[in-house]
Design a protein around this ligand. Structure first.
Ligand code: G3P
Ligand code: CA
Length: 386
């Protein structure tokens, strides 16, 4: 592992910067994290610039402990203190936006146990990949609401199956109402990080996501520059479309270096993610977005054995372009950690996730998506307090 201990100077400099900023007066007191620096102190400005850095984003809620994208998972993430809670959005047949990671709901709901929907099982090509199952766009909202959510990866997270069937599929409007309620109760805005899933695919079905999302954000007054809602997508054209509809902070997600966003594939744009992380690509992204959501491997690549190598220049290059970075995804289990942070031989046991968080934080990232917000917050305290 070439990063741990090899960047002492950078780590010391960063910690001094964070602690120095805290002396100037930080927003961290509300989190109970002494020495917290905010992006506002690093970059100036309000809105997302006022979030603590590094920002801990509850990935699909607290999905390490509850079935993902349920109000139970979102509530737990918020109760744990996550700074931001993530939603992935797909549409129903009648045009409602619901919170699911995929339109294929076979793995995260009990749809297979509903004989009345047996005839809806079908095979589709989504973004060039074939899936067989049940799909949100073939169900009305009323029909989807008869289903119950369940744990996506019971083999890894058996304990979470305790909560199978407890919650339904939330609509994004329900989440907006929940965030408003919780914000009032806490006297502090609840931040969301909202992803449009498969936007080109759904536009082709007459179910464009961006206009529906913008309409809902406007209805709840969450469409403004300083509104507590990030919008994110793997398809840059979705972010460009949102840029014309609302003023929220926008984040372009980046998959592996050799991949191409699906909208690029459809439009014949030959650029890959490797092109987008070059200074020219970053400048192009910064012309319509405020941030990047790269896979962690774009920050620190792994070698053939799965161990971390040296960080790339992406953090520095993105910051130079004026972009913040919210990479994904940290998870506590060995199987999801870099090989050098695994402990023991059980893939589902927890590894040295605190160690892994430190190495990623030391690169200068502005935040991170994690299935385990409580772990991320403690790791953040370790980092900020040196
Ligand atoms: O949106 C950030 C991260 O969630 C991207 O990955 O596949 O979990 O949506 P995914
Ligand atoms: Ca996501």
């Amino acid at each position: 592992m070439g990063t741990q201990g090899s960047d002492e100077q950078g780590r010391g400099t960063r910690r001094r910067a964070l602690l120095g900023a805290a002396v100037l007066g930080a927003g961290g007191a509300a989190l109970g994290v002494p020495g917290t620096a905010t992006a506002a102190e690093r970059h100036g400005g309000g809105g997302y610039r006022s979030l603590p850095v590094p920002t801990i984003i509850g990935h699909r809620g607290a999905s390490g402990y509850r079935p993902e994208h349920t109000l139970g998972a979102y509530q737990l993430a918020l109760d744990m203190g996550a700074h931001v809670i993530e939603q992935d959005l797909v549409p129903t047949k009648d045009g409602h936006l619901v919170c699911r990671h995929e339109n294929d709901i076979t793995g995260t709901t009990d749809v297979a146990d509903h004989p009345e929907f047996a005839g809806r099982r079908t095979t589709k090509s989504v973004d060039g990949v074939s899936f067989t199952g049940w799909f949100t766009e073939d169900f009305t909202l009323a029909e989807l609401k008869t289903l119950r959510a369940k744990e996506r990866i019971p083999g890894n997270r058996q304990r979470n199956t305790l909560y199978d069937g407890r919650w339904d599929i939330p609509t994004f409007e329900e989440v907006l109402r929940w965030a408003e309620r919780e914000g009032k109760k806490r006297g502090k805005e609840v931040w969301l990080h909202v992803e449009t899933k498969h936007p080109t695919y759904f536009r082709g079905l007459g179910l464009g996501l961006e206009e529906r999302l913008a309409k809902l954000l406007r209805k709840y007054g969450k469409h403004k520059k300083n509104a507590p809602v990030f919008l994110q997508s793997f398809e840059p054209s979705s972010i460009q479309r949102l840029n014309k509809l609302v003023d929220n902070p926008l984040v372009v997600l980046l998959s592996s270096a050799n991949s191409r966003p699906w909208d690029f594939v459809q439009a014949g744009d030959p650029r890959t993610v490797a092109d987008l992380v070059k200074p020219e690509g970053l400048k192009w992204i910064a012309s319509y977005a405020q941030g990047l959501g790269p896979t962690l491997d774009l920050i620190i690549p792994k070698d053939a054995s799965g161990k971390l190598t040296r960080p790339t220049t992406l953090v520095e290059d993105a910051h130079d372009a004026g972009l913040i970075l919210h990479p994904y995804t940290m998870r506590n289990e060995n199987t999801f950690l870099p090989a050098d942070f695994r402990k023991g031989t059980d893939p589902n046991a927890y590894g040295d996730v605190f160690g892994a968080f430190q190495v990623y934080f030391e690169t200068g990232i502005d935040g991170v998506f994690t299935d385990n917000p409580d772990t991320g917050l403690l790791a953040r305290e370790d980092f900020v307090n040196g």
